[in-house]
Design a protein around this ligand. Structure first.
Ligand code: SOE
Length: 387
């Protein structure tokens, strides 16, 4: 029987639900996990709603004040699943109280906040991990192992898009993700952060960027109510959209590769298309989250008459990290599993006293790139990230 750690989760909506599921599943499917999470308390300001969430997701108790949560003696890990404007305050307070921190992406709303957050976890010698969950899709891991073992050769191109369409209706209201004060930025931070993180993991560090951002619908009805997931009901007033609806940028990598990034919530028909292609001197890979158990692979070592992309079904049991924990080969997994994989690595990291990647340092580097893209969009120049 492994040791346990008390967990306190701030946020009970979309991400709170996804993270709760991860804590519930992890020890059942990964019995070797070094620390078993005890779901002590979930926290939110609306008492009726957070009480219902505690019961629904399986938390022992609830709190309505995160300051109380981060001070509790029975809690060793604070999970920050709130909008970006509270990431810094909660994470820093948690670290100052000696708690390990698991924070939703992007790490912060500004580069300055990200620096303070990294400093807080380092100074207090606690584990800090950012939930860039797509790192732990088995097909993405397969792409990484092909790159790391040299089978794609020298990497020349990174080409990534993250496309959604859930706010195309002009009557869709001003949810927090459309307000700069709450979210920091729009598609750039929400979706761009994911593909920046994947690019850093798969290709390497980014040295300069040039980009643009656009807001297609500048005024929307104010928010009357959230209705679950990303859904929301519109009120009667109108308000200003203060973030980007789309962002595009070019990048140069330290290793000589070049990349393109495009993110939007206005790609009609694309619900959650997080996709990249990588081209190397000896091969290429292509991934699309909408077919997340597959990786398209082309390798030079094929017979010329049958050479071409092949679609690899990434489900073969022990061959890939994480998969053997779930089901027999051929029984595919889904989006929610990526959260459990991250939580598994997080708990093992805490037991070993090591922050698993993506660390707060990774979160800071991603934030520096987001910041550089925004500066470049303003100046219409190439800009270097301020790491
Ligand atoms: C909404 O755009 C959203 O839920 C993001 O916030 C998530 O990070 C992404 O994984 C899916 O889309």
């Amino acid at each position: 029987m492994s040791n346990t750690i008390g967990v306190g989760l701030v946020g009970y909506k979309f991400m709170g639900k996804a993270h709760s599921n991860g804590y519930r599943q992890v020890a059942a499917f990964f019995p070797d996990v070094a620390l078993r999470p005890v779901m002590k308390a979930i926290c939110g300001r609306d008492e009726t709603a957070v009480r219902a969430a505690a019961a629904q997701f399986g938390w022992e108790e609830y709190e309505t004040d995160w300051k109380k949560l981060v001070a509790r003696d029975d809690i060793g890990l604070i999970d920050v699943s709130t909008p970006g404007d509270t990431h810094a305050a909660i994470s820093i307070a948690a670290a100052e109280n000696g708690k390990h921190v698991f924070c939703e992406k992007p790490l912060a709303n500004t580069l300055a906040e990200a620096r303070q957050m990294l400093d807080a976890v380092q100074r207090n010698k606690v584990v800090g991990m950012v939930n860039f969950n797509y790192r732990r899709v088995p097909a993405v891991q397969l792409a990484k192992s092909l790159i790391d073992s040299g089978r794609l050769g020298t990497i020349y191109h990174w080409r990534a898009v993250y496309l959604q369409d859930w706010i195309m209706d002009p009557n869709f209201p001003l949810v927090w993700r459309l307000q700069k004060d709450a979210a920091g930025s729009g598609t750039l931070g929400d979706l761009g952060a994911h593909i920046i993180d994947l690019a850093r993991m798969l290709v390497g560090e980014i040295t300069e960027v040039t980009g643009l951002t656009e807001t297609f619908i500048k005024r929307r009805p104010t928010l009357a109510a959230t209705t679950g997931g990303l859904g929301a009901a519109a009120g009667a007033e109108m308000g200003e959209v203060t973030v980007d609806d789309a962002a595009l940028f070019l990048a140069r990598f330290a290793n000589g590769a070049v990349g393109t990034f495009e993110v939007t919530r206005f790609a009609k028909g694309r619900a959650n298309c997080n996709s990249f292609e990588i081209n190397g001197s000896k091969g290429s890979v292509r991934f699309n989250l909408e077919r997340m158990n597959e990786l398209e692979v082309l390798l030079d070592d094929e017979m010329p008459d049958v050479a071409g992309f092949r679609t690899v079904l990434v489900t073969n049991g022990n061959a890939h990290k994480y998969l053997s924990a779930w089901w027999p080969a051929g029984h595919i997994i889904g989006w929610e599993h990526t959260f459990t994989h991250g939580i598994y690595d997080l708990l093992n990291g805490i037991a070993a006293g090591v922050s698993p990647a993506p660390t707060f340092e990774d979160g800071l580097r991603c934030q520096a790139i987001l910041d550089a893209v925004e500066r470049s969009a303003g100046s219409k120049q190439w800009v270097e990230p301020e790491y």
